[in-house]
Design a protein around this ligand. Structure first.
Ligand SMILES: *Cc1c(COP(=O)(O)O)cnc(C)c1O
Length: 407
């Protein structure tokens, strides 16, 4: 049976197949980059338009109260919570992932005054490593990096915080969150998980594993749109004592008392800094609701099936690319990354055929399988395109090899 024929059978049996209709996807595009910027839910434009025209245009400043703008950050956070095994009052949607990392790294360092080391791994997402550097420059942190198989040994009495990304952005390799959280706690350290490539894609149980802190991204699998607010999680047991350094007025216990002295709000609201991005929250809320409706367990199951079927389809075409991702689907998130010296040109040639994946320097072709809107037919077609790009050598065309400034 051809991959296309098998795909038709899988699609016919796929309980999530109809959710594709809930997203806007251009004709002729197979979108394998939903792990970088999630697709647009069809309900989003109307929701944003309502906030702009009615709540802003008509309601004006009254909408802070009347339209629930004040509560939006907490309300959207509470809707993200069940996707990551958190309680509603433990999550808030605010700022960018980078800023939330800064706040929580600093807060963790303050909770363990005798310790300064923030332990992470080389090759973690750049912003995660860069945010430690800023605190290092302030004299507050010391960065320590250890390869994944050495992390447990690197956890000594100097480590205040273990900070890792659950699903690696480049390879898709997944950490054992439970085991690493336990190891960090046994060493007296706190743990901060970056869930940017997990939330809405891979089941996560923050409270089940006793996590301390987490952050994640709103514009990837949560489909919140470009620059969507990120989120932050603080376990309830830390909320009373948590002090974060960006003590803006929106994190104040009484922002509209306009007092001179800062007093952090009780609970997760303390994580806020300035005025929340209401339009961005409106778009994010639609994406979060849709992903929650489909359910992370079902999404994860389908994405594993998609990536397995994609690999099978490649094999059916005789394509042998070096897989950088863990070959066992249980050990990776929703993506497959392949190493090839000409990965950039191959990626460009695929995009010219409507197969949108991405390139990660220096030599990785990264294909993401956002399961909410991809079909098995997409997998068969994408595998065929990739096989043809490689066998025809069309990637060698100058237009594909020339690098754009932003990739
Ligand atoms: C996408 C991503 C981010 C994004 O950070 P922003 O500040 O929202 O741009 C951070 N960390 C990881 C691991 C990511 O994958």
């Amino acid at each position: 049976m051809t991959p296309e024929a098998r795909a038709a059978e899988f699609d016919a049996a796929d309980p999530l197949a109809n959710y594709r209709e809930r997203f806007m996807l251009p004709d002729g595009v197979i979108y394998l980059d939903g792990n970088s910027l999630g697709a647009l839910p069809k309900a989003t434009p109307a929701a944003v338009q309502r906030v702009v025209e009615q709540e802003w245009g008509e309601g004006l400043i009254r909408s802070w109260n009347d339209a629930g703008w004040f509560e939006a950050a907490g309300r959207v956070g509470a809707k993200i919570a069940p996707l990551i095994g958190a309680a509603p009052h433990e999550v808030i949607a605010c700022d960018s992932t980078s800023v939330n990392l800064f706040k929580l790294i600093a807060a963790a360092l303050q909770m363990l005054p005798g310790r300064k080391v923030v332990l992470s791994e080389p090759g973690n997402f750049p912003t995660d490593l860069y945010m430690i550097a800023g605190l290092e420059a302030q004299g507050l942190a010391t960065r320590r990096l250890a390869e994944r198989d050495r992390l447990a040994q690197a956890l000594d009495a100097d480590v205040a915080l273990l900070m890792l990304t659950h699903v690696h952005y480049k390879t898709g390799a997944m950490h054992d969150m439970a085991a690493l959280t336990r190891a960090a706690h046994e060493a007296g350290a706190l743990v901060l998980w970056d869930l940017s490539h997990s939330t809405g894609a891979v089941p996560v149980d923050l409270n089940g594993i006793g996590a301390d802190f987490a952050v994640g991204c709103g514009y990837k699998y949560l489909c919140g749109g470009p620059g969507a607010p990120a989120f932050a999680f603080v376990a309830e047991r830390h909320q009373a004592e948590l002090q974060q350094p960006l003590t803006g007025w929106f994190g104040h216990a009484a922002p509209f008392a306009f007092t001179d002295d800062y007093a952090g709000a009780p609970g997760i609201d303390r994580l806020q800094c300035g005025t929340p991005p209401v339009l961005g929250l409106a778009a994010l809320e639609v994406g979060v609701e849709l992903i929650a409706e489909i359910g992370v367990e079902r999404l994860y199951g389908k994405s594993q099936a998609l990536s397995e079927f994609f690999l099978e389809s490649l094999m059916a075409h005789g394509v042998a690319l070096e897989l950088v991702s863990p070959p066992r689907s249980a050990e990776r998130g929703n993506q497959l990354s392949f190493r090839h010296a000409e990965a950039y040109a191959i990626c460009q040639a695929l995009i010219a055929r409507g197969v949108i994946g991405d390139f990660r320097a220096p030599d990785v072709l990264r294909l993401g399988f956002a399961p909410a809107y991809l079909s098995f037919a997409d997998m068969a077609a994408a595998a065929r395109h990739l096989a043809e790009v490689l066998s025809s050598g069309e990637w060698q065309r100058a237009e594909f090899r020339e690098r754009a400034a932003v990739t």
